[in-house]
Write a protein that binds this ligand. Sequence first.
Ligand code: C5P
Length: 220
Amino acid sequence: MIPVITIDGPSGAGKGTIAQMLAIELNWNILDSGALYRTLAYFMKENSIGIENFEENHNMLKTRFKVSFDPGTPGEPVRVLFENQDITSIVRTERMAQLTSDLAAEPTIREFIKPCQREFMTPPGLIADGRDMGTVIFPDAKHKIFLTASAEERAKRRQTQLKRQGLEVNMRSLLLELEERDRKDTDREHSPLVPADDSITIDTTNLDPEGVVREIKNNL
Ligand code: C5P
């Protein structure tokens, strides 16, 4: 059985940073499922595909939708590679996140992405970051972590992240956008954002990334 550690939680809780640190330290594969959804949203937008004509484009999407990740360097976002292009900065914007969140509520989209996500489970192990990794995609994972943090702290972290990408954003609108996206992700009918029954919840508000990794490792 290939070992899987799932890391779920709301946006800005630290999932990406922690998943990256663990993947580098253990030398395991990484699945950034949010980036997978973002890439699909981007690809659909570029090709004028909506939910209404998704089925008729299903085969083309299946053939062309191949995403890979490079854990990159600590402090930098996990890199998203699609059709020989690094699309990290294109998909990691708050505008793309909102578009993605609407699309991710659609069962057709979730069913399409399900097998793509499971393909990442290859030796020696997988760190899977998302919203439903421990509940729906890898329910048999041995280690399930749910990260949380206060909304203000999460907005602050997202602002720092976007700044590093050269994007200036207003803190207040960022906070409102994050809260709106969390509400959508939590209230949706299909695969809502909830901790798995057998997950360990860690509040990261007052922890630095090293402290979170230490706590996870203490629980492995
Ligand atoms: O994690 P990230 O912010 O990149 O995710 C973008 C959006 O993708 C989330 O707000 C959520 O709507 C969706 N998503 C999801 N299920 C996942 C990962 C992300 O619905 N496993």
